[in-house]
Design a protein around this ligand. Structure first.
Ligand SMILES: [Zn+2]
Length: 173
């Protein structure tokens, strides 16, 4: 807080004055608070500063609580430039439904390695089925499950692109 008084020059005074606010708020660590207290006892200049602040705080504390005017909310709302905000609608990126946001899929499913392992497993299962080494149903199940992570990510991307394109076209220019 600027008090309008000239700042005392010695470093211990500067230090004490820097901590006055916290000292009065009683938020200083015990050691530092004690240091300020001891400095105030010895230094008249800093003590005058402290007493002035204390008097000021006492006056502020005596003030009646301020009430916002009745039309406060209405005046704030009236000051908001809604027209300008609306005019910028085409500039704002279109929102997509939460289902189309990347994060709506679990992280493990989106992970590159899971998708890759799934595809490799699916390819291996299909190859085994083709060569007759594995039973058809089991191979198709593995292939289906293996493709699932990659498929869901791709499907989400595709749906989002279609959605964004549709929404963009529907914004009036
Ligand atoms: Zn001092």
């Amino acid at each position: 807080m600027k008090t309008g008084m000239q700042r005392p020059a010695p470093p211990e005074c500067r230090q004490a004055c820097d901590r006055l606010q916290d000292y009065l708020d009683q938020t200083l660590p015990k050691r530092e608070s004690l240091a300020v207290f001891l400095h105030m006892r010895e230094c008249g200049g800093c003590r005058a500063q402290l007493e002035m602040l204390q008097a000021l705080y006492a006056k502020l504390g005596d003030l009646p609580p301020l009430e916002a005017p009745a039309d406060f909310d209405a005046r704030i709302l009236a000051a908001v430039p809604y027209e300008a905000y609306r005019a910028m609608a085409p500039l704002r990126s279109p929102r997509v439904p939460i289902l189309l946001v990347h994060e709506s899929l679990p992280a493990w499913l989106r992970s590159r390695s899971v998708r890759l392992v799934g595809l490799v497993a699916a390819t291996a299962a299909l190859a085994a089925a083709a060569s007759g080494a594995a039973a058809g149903t089991a191979a198709w199940t593995v292939a289906g499950v293996g493709c699932l992570p990659e498929l869901s990510v791709r499907l989400q991307n595709l749906t989002r692109r279609v959605y964004v394109a549709t929404v963009h076209r529907s914004i009036p220019r």
